[in-house]
Design a protein around this ligand. Structure first.
Ligand code: ADP
Ligand code: MG
Length: 486
């Protein structure tokens, strides 16, 4: 079976809907907010009452341009909106305002790094602005479907890719990248579980080497990136099996069931809606000027790719470190503030990736809730670098105390905790002298060639100094004094 599967290739294109983080809805001043009491953000515009008129939320245009620029798209100068007509209980107007023939962004791409380090370029066909429908709730009331129209009119960006992906892994990497990007751009919270980022997957298979695409199937209802991966994997297997057992695929929409990990048919192409698109008469055509695009360019926040570049080339950190540091924007910006206050970038990165991250994981917290200022982490790194405190004392002794007393200066705290190392030569020499006097026979063995005994002497020294002798300074002095001991 594996060899048969290997003779096929999957073709995948994704359609992603991202709810925009604007204060108000796309075409009304209703509040755009998730989780409010049902049907509380529903003005007459949202409800589609006769005689009401939509009014364009300008912020949505700015957000669309931002995303278009980040995805290397061309921004259309001249656009209009369209009505996509269909009847559904959660669509009170009876149509959705969208962009049909004139999407705001076209012809972009995104370079996605795969697990094995290979970079895959995925074409972006288009990005357009539209509005969300309300929500039909089927699982609260046993007998009835409930409708919450708070979501109706929420601004969306729909991002459509070329059929460029060839595996579930590539789709997974693409979605991870898009989610990270919309979060860095602050245009969408990227929360797939709450439905603010949604993905429909178009999947077909063909014999390897074949030019023509196979019949595609659209799969919906995946509420996590992992489930998109599961749905695609399952769908690829299913399609190959249908073809291998002499069946034929039909163009249809299927629904993913997370419990069973399988897909089932929702509707076939023949039963698909005819949306009767026509230009939206209530909204003026939209013009985007070069100046407008330039203004958005000026305001573009730092993007993960740029930070990755900086960390790996300028700061000379590993790809692994850089990737962890940029996972979320807040974590990266925190790190940026740390390295503004210490020159030891690798040391700072190690603390962020090590102690800080494991503290956050243990506490189930985000960096936004981390009690320490970036300055404190920088001071910690600097305390170690200057030899004032050992790494283990910093990590095991000082760091937990800093978290307990975030307002106390780290060095002051280290002093109080008696963790400051002794790097004063005279005092270290005093300790070494004691150790040499107490271990005369080992000194003789050392002098007759058993140089590895230096470890034993360092251990004795640490005991004598109660762990406070700076090992770097002590090691050198120890060897000198052992060689010269009589
Ligand atoms: P439709 O007309 O059904 O909406 P589109 O041509 O607009 O189809 O494409 C929708 C999505 O499906 C796009 O992401 C596109 O890349 C993808 N797609 C198109 N053809 C195929 C195919 N044969 N296999 C997999 N994905 C495809
Ligand atoms: Mg289409």
């Amino acid at each position: 079976m594996t060899s048969i599967r290997d003779s096929y290739e999957a073709v995948i294109g994704l359609e992603v809907h991202a709810q925009m983080l604007t204060k108000s809805k796309a075409y009304s001043s209703d509040i755009n907010e998730y989780g409010a009491r049902p049907n509380t953000h529903v003005s007459s515009i949202t409800l589609g009452h006769p005689g009401t008129l939509p009014k364009m939320n300008k912020k949505t245009i700015e957000f669309a341009i931002k995303l278009g620029l980040a995805l290397n798209c061309k921004i259309a100068s001249h656009q209009h909106f369209a009505r996509k007509n269909y009847f559904y209980p959660d669509l009170p107007k009876g149509y959705q305002i969208t962009q049909d023939t004139t999407p705001i962004c076209t012809g972009g791409f995104v370079d996605v790094k795969l697990e094995d380090g290979v970079v895959k370029r995925i074409g972006i066909t288009r990005i357009h602005m539209e509005e969300d429908a309300g929500k039909s709730i089927h699982d609260v009331d046993v007998y009835d479907t409930l409708v919450d129209l708070n979501r109706a009119g929420t601004p969306l960006l729909e991002i459509v890719t070329e059929p460029d992906m060839r595996s579930a892994d590539e789709a997974y990497a693409y979605l991870t990248e898009i989610r990270q990007l919309v979060r860095y751009l602050d245009i969408c919270d990227g929360n797939m579980e709450e439905g603010s980022l949604r993905c429909d997957a178009n999947i077909s298979v063909r014999k390897k080497g074949a030019e023509a695409f196979g019949t595609k199937v659209e799969v919906k209802n995946m509420n996590s990136i992992r489930n998109v991966h599961r749905a695609i994997s399952h769908e690829i297997d299913r399609q190959i099996e249908v073809l291998e057992t002499g069946g034929a695929l039909s163009q249809e929409t299927r629904s993913f069931d997370a419990a069973s990990g399988t897909t089932s048919s929702m509707r076939t192409k023949e039963a698909a809606n005819d949306y009767r698109y026509f230009p939206e008469p209530d909204l003026a055509p939209l013009f985007v000027s070069q100046e407008q695009i330039e203004a958005v360019k000026q305001e573009m926040p730092v993007l993960p790719k740029e930070l990755f570049e900086k960390y790996t080339t300028e700061l000379k950190l590993s790809d692994y470190d850089a990737n962890i540091l940029i996972i979320t924007k807040a974590f990266a910006l925190y790190f940026e503030e740390v390295i503004a206050q210490t020159k030891n970038y690798k040391g700072a990165a190690n603390w962020m990736i090590g102690e800080v991250r494991s503290y956050l994981n243990q506490q189930g917290k985000d960096i936004e809730d981390f009690p320490l200022e970036p300055k404190s982490i920088a001071e910690l790194v600097n305390l170690i670098d200057s030899g004032k405190i050992s790494h283990s004392a910093a990590s095991q002794g000082l760091f937990p105390e800093m978290i307990a007393f975030p307002e106390v200066h780290p060095e002051e705290l280290a002093n109080k905790l008696n963790l400051i190392q002794d790097s004063d030569e005279d005092s270290i020499k005093g300790f070494i002298q004691t150790v040499i006097e107490q271990n005369a026979s080992e000194v003789l063995r050392y002098q007759s060639g058993e140089k590895q005994l230096v470890g034993f002497f360092m251990g004795q020294l640490m005991k004598a100094s109660k762990g406070k002798a700076d090992p770097k300074a002590a090691n050198k002095l120890m060897r000198e004094m052992l060689d010269n001991a009589k």
